[in-house]
Design a protein around this ligand. Structure first.
Ligand code: ADP
Ligand code: ZN
Length: 216
C-alpha cells in the first residue's frame, strides 16, 4: 500500500489536482470533504453531525473524521494506493492516520504541499462551481464549463458550495492557518514533505506533482 497526501489551504486546488493525478496513476482519491458532503446529501448520521461545522467553515471533530477514514481504508485491498485530499487537517488526525497505517504495515510516503498566494486563493474559491451530479470542479473564469451552469462531463447542474461564500472563505483560511499549517512542520520533520507550486495553472501544478511523485 502506498499513501500520499495533498496538503494546502482551501482553494489551493487539491480536488482539481487529485483528479489529474488519479487519471495518470490510478491512486484512489479520498476526499474527506466529499465524503462528508455525500453523508449530508444521503442524510446519514455522520452528515448530521458534521453539517453545522462545515457550514460555519469550522473543522469537523477529529474522531468523526478518523472514523470515516478508517471505514474507507477497511474496504480496500492491501495493494491499493491512496491519495488523501483535505485530510489530515490537524496533528491529532495525522497521528491517528499514522497509527491506522501502521496496523496495515503502511506509512505516509509523500506529502505534497500546494503553495498558492492568498489573493489567488480568495478569487479561486469565490468563483468555484461544482457539479451537483458528478462533483466535477469548475471556475467561472479560470476553468469555465462549455455551457454556463452545465457540467461538460455529465450535463449536471453546477452550484456554488455554501461554504464558498466570501465570509466563510475568510474563516476557512483562518482555520487553516490556526489548525492545519502546523502539519507542514510535522511532515517536514519526517522528511516526506514535497513542495509544489500550485499558483499557476492546474496543468502545470499536476505535471510538477507527477514528476516529483515519479522521482520518489
Ligand atoms: P476545502 O479544502 O476547499 O476547504 P473540503 O471539501 O476539503 O474543502 O472541506 C470542506 C469542509 O469539510 C471543511 O471546511 C470542514 O468543515 C470539513 N472537513 C473536510 N475534511 C476535514 C478534516 N479532515 N477535518 C475536519 N474537517 C474537515
Ligand atoms: Zn457532472
Amino acid at each position: 500500500m502506498q499513501t500520499i497526501i495533498l496538503l494546502g489551504a482551501p482553494g489551493a486546488g487539491k480536488g482539481t489536482l487529485a483528479e489529474g493525478v488519479r487519471q495518470a496513476t490510478g491512486f484512489i482519491h479520498v476526499s474527506t470533504g466529499d465524503m462528508l458532503r455525500a453523508a449530508i446529501k444521503e442524510e446519514r448520521s455522520t452528515g448530521l453531525e458534521a453539517r453545522a461545522f462545515m457550514e460555519a467553515g469550522e473543522l469537523v471533530p477529529d474522531d468523526l473524521i478518523l472514523r470515516i477514514v478508517r471505514e474507507r481504508l477497511a474496504q480496500g485491498q492491501p495493494s491499493d494506493c491512496y491519495m488523501f485530499d483535505g485530510f489530515p487537517r490537524t496533528i491529532e488526525q495525522a497521528r491517528g492516520l499514522d497509527a491506522t497505517l501502521a496496523e496495515l504495515q503502511a506509512q505516509v510516503n509523500q506529502v505534497f504541499l500546494l503553495e498558492v498566494p492568498t489573493e489567488v486563493i480568495v478569487s479561486r474559491l469565490s468563483g468555484r462551481r461544482i457539479c451537483k451530479s458528478c462533483g466535477a470542479v469548475y471556475h467561472v473564469t479560470n476553468i469555465p464549463s462549455k455551457v454556463e451552469g452545465v457540467c461538460d462531463q455529465c450535463g449536471g447542474t453546477l452550484y456554488q458550495r455554501p461554504d464558498d461564500s466570501e465570509e466563510t472563505v475568510l474563516n476557512r483560511l483562518e482555520v487553516y492557518q490556526r489548525q492545519t499549517a502546523s502539519l507542514i512542520e510535522f511532515y517536514e520533520s519526517k522528511g516526506v514533505l514535497v513542495r509544489v507550486n500550485a499558483g499557476t495553472t492546474p496543468q502545470a501544478a499536476t505535471a510538477e506533482l507527477l514528476s516529483k511523485l515519479a522521482s520518489a
